[in-house]
Design a protein around this ligand. Structure first.
Ligand SMILES: CC(C)(COP(=O)(O)OP(=O)(O)OC[C@H]1O[C@@H](n2cnc3c(N)ncnc32)[C@H](O)[C@@H]1OP(=O)(O)O)[C@@H](O)C(=O)NCCC(=O)NCCS
Length: 384
């Protein structure tokens, strides 16, 4: 009998180095610490673009014309409201459940209300994708307000995607500068090659399942602390460390115990993550402006200790190290950090799903079987 036992030499733990798709959406130069979306470097997009424009770029391949952008932005604004049944679901779920678990459930439920749910044309997939991008921030903000026992604040069509989210969370209109920084954070999170959550969305869509199922898979994958969940853990770590003077002992002790330092390391980067570099600049700026530098000083010292320990191994801060430090200044609570990551990354997820479907093939890797063979079945009455 020939069992499933592929060549051991082909085994790549965690699929490291495996090429699983062809994509024209984003690319990472891990040695140089560079990231491009559709060929445009992330620094230029952070400086000149908006989340809406970047989303268009990721989804359709080119920067939009003025009219295309105006139509796309209007479409996103008009699709922000969620069906009232979704609000009922959010109210019924345990208010202490993690917002990522609620988001996963809500996206899955949203699919059942989509007016295009029975259609699978490219046009209907694009409409569904735009509805998901538009509605994820509404779900996240409602989840927060409901868990705090506050009235929900419906989306406002006056505001950009980023500004509207901050408004729905706090009930106050943020100033343009803060909304811009938050918009930049969304741009920085919008896509990142074949990361774990994007890959899981592709695995799901590759069976010709629907886009809501693919995004539900992605949200569940993003939640983990080795992926999007790291940003929340970074703030836990900073709180545990307490003061800059405690940094060195804390980090060295944690590393000795083989603990992973959250917000550091990456499968692809062997250099400073360019997204972390941009967020670091804003974290510093906001801390100095508010004259509350303790968090940034701790972060700087953590970087210095990690550099001493790990520079040779190529372990540097990643996007999650500074994102939470920035979000705190906008009144975004820690439990929303990973859902905020999803608000940005959903643009990348849908873009990859739409792209993959154009040349779909079901994902079906194999495992090396290392279990027993020729085991005899023992009837239950004879088992000891
Ligand atoms: C991102 C991450 C999951 C990448 O994992 P990976 O590619 O499988 O890398 P590995 O876990 O195999 O790490 C390689 C080596 O670096 C070490 N390392 C990697 N990240 C580390 C970290 N954050 N802190 C301490 N050591 C780390 C590992 O312990 C391992 O050491 P070893 O060779 O002695 O066993 C990993 O760096 C990590 O867990 N980081 C913390 C979580 C995080 O910030 N995630 C957000 C990513 S954007």
């Amino acid at each position: 009998m020939a069992f499933d036992s592929p060549d051991v030499q082909n085994y790549a733990r965690g699929l490291e180095g495996v090429i699983a798709a062809i994509s024209a959406i984003s690319a990472i130069d891990g040695q140089e610490g560079k990231l491009v979306y559709r060929g445009i470097d992330i620094e230029s997009l952070a400086e000149h673009s908006t989340f809406e424009e970047t989303t268009y770029l990721l989804m359709f391949g080119d920067l939009p014309t003025r009219d295309e952008l105006a139509n796309f932005t209007m479409d996103l604004k008009e699709k922000r409201d969620v069906p009232h049944e979704i609000i009922d679901i959010l109210e019924k779920l345990p208010h202490d459940a993690h917002p990522m678990d609620i988001l996963k459930t809500a996206i899955s439920a949203l699919g059942t209300f989509d007016p295009d749910k029975d259609s699978d044309t490219r046009g209907s997939r694009i409409r569904k994708a735009i509805r998901i991008i538009a509605q994820v921030p509404t779900i996240v903000a409602y989840t927060h307000r409901i868990s705090e026992g506050l009235e929900i604040i419906p989306p406002s069509k006056k505001f950009s995607h980023a500004k509207n989210f901050l408004y729905m969370v706090s009930g106050e209109e943020p100033n343009e500068r803060d909304a811009k920084i938050f918009d930049i954070a969304l741009i920085l999170h919008a896509d990142h090659g074949l990361n774990a959550s994007t890959f899981s969305s592709l695995v799901t869509i590759s069976t010709l399942s629907d886009i809501y199922s693919a995004i539900t898979s992605a949200v569940g994958t993003l939640k983990g602390p080795l992926h999007g969940g790291a940003n929340e853990r970074v703030l836990d770590m900073l709180a545990e460390i307490g003061t800059p003077d405690n940094v060195e002992n804390y980090i060295k002790e944690a590393v000795e115990k083989k603990k992973k330092i959250m917000g550091f390391g990456h499968r692809v980067y062997r250099a400073y993550d360019p997204r972390a570099r941009i967020l670091r600049k804003y974290a510093e700026m906001l801390a100095t402006e508010r004259n509350e530098r303790s968090c940034c000083e701790m972060a700087n010292r953590i970087e210095a200790v990690m550099k001493e320990l790990f520079e040779e191994k190529g372990i540097f801060p990643n996007v999650d190290f500074y994102s939470g430090v920035v979000y705190r200044w906008f009144g975004i609570p820690k439990r929303l950090f990973t859902p905020v990551f999803a608000i940005g990354r959903v643009s990348g997820w849908v873009s990859h799903v739409l792209e993959y479907l154009q040349a779909n093939r079901i994902f079906r890797p194999r495992a090396i079987y290392n279990g027993p063979i020729d085991v005899e079945y023992i009837p239950i009455e004879e088992r000891s």
